[in-house]
Design a protein around this ligand. Structure first.
Ligand SMILES: Cc1cc2nc3c(=O)[nH]c(=O)nc-3n(C[C@H](O)[C@H](O)[C@H](O)COP(=O)(O)O)c2cc1C
Length: 191
């Protein structure tokens, strides 16, 4: 099994990275090959709705010359795609949104003259998130949006693991969160 992790926090040792670490270590311990992209370190531009990607159903086909092709190729190879993002203004961070927009067009060939296929159909999608509000008020809209995104793309939505931090002074990780992330990794492998 192969997993692609889209790490979407600008804070390298921050909450989202800390929550994702035991998840990835559990996957790797069970033999899953994991590839992580730190999207803040990449050149990832927004979709400009040119729809060039709709002309050829066999490839990404985006004319923008940036780092997105690497993510597209890794997503096609992966069985599990993990979007790990802190909540910013009730959704994911801007580079993650750029990636999601580029993938929803490049992977779903629905927007050309004829209705085409979802070329990533059947892959699993899971979310890891952190927020400041209680989870049900901080990350609910992101999860709902991503459930629809997965359904529209014919992906299998596995679930979201999310934790809050009330303020930056508070210790974030503990043994309970670490175990919850290992259990979530297990769920991602089983379902
Ligand atoms: C610009 C910005 C916007 C934020 N917006 C929200 C929000 O809408 N809802 C929320 O619950 N937390 C919000 N937060 C808090 C972060 O989601 C939270 O601190 C998160 O754990 C940070 O993750 P990180 O350490 O991986 O960067 C925001 C933080 C920043 C910096």
């Amino acid at each position: 099994m192969k997993a692609l992790i889209l790490m979407g926090s600008p804070r390298k040792g921050g909450n989202t990275a800390s929550l994702t670490a035991p998840f990835v270590s559990e996957l790797q311990a069970k033999g899953v090959s994991c590839k992580t992209f730190d999207v803040y370190d990449m050149d990832l531009r927004p979709c400009v709705a040119c729809r060039t990607c709709q002309k050829d159903w066999t490839k990404f086909g985006c004319p923008q010359d940036d780092d997105m092709q690497q993510i597209f190729d890794a997503a096609l190879e992966a069985d599990l795609i993990v979007v790990a993002s802190p909540i910013y203004s009730w959704y994911c961070t801007p580079p993650v949104k750029n990636v999601l927009d580029r993938l929803v067009y490049g992977m779903n060939k629905y927007y050309g003259e004829e209705m085409g296929p979802s070329i990533w159909k059947g892959k699993k999608m899971a979310l890891i998130s952190t927020c400041g509000y209680p989870v049900e008020k901080g990350a609910d809209l992101f999860e709902e949006g991503m459930k629809r995104y997965a359904k529209h793309s014919r992906l299998q939505y596995v679930g979201m693991a999310c934790e809050r931090q009330r303020n930056y002074g508070e210790q974030f990780m503990d043994a309970e969160k670490e175990q919850a992330m290992r259990d979530f990794a297990q769920k991602c492998m089983e379902e």
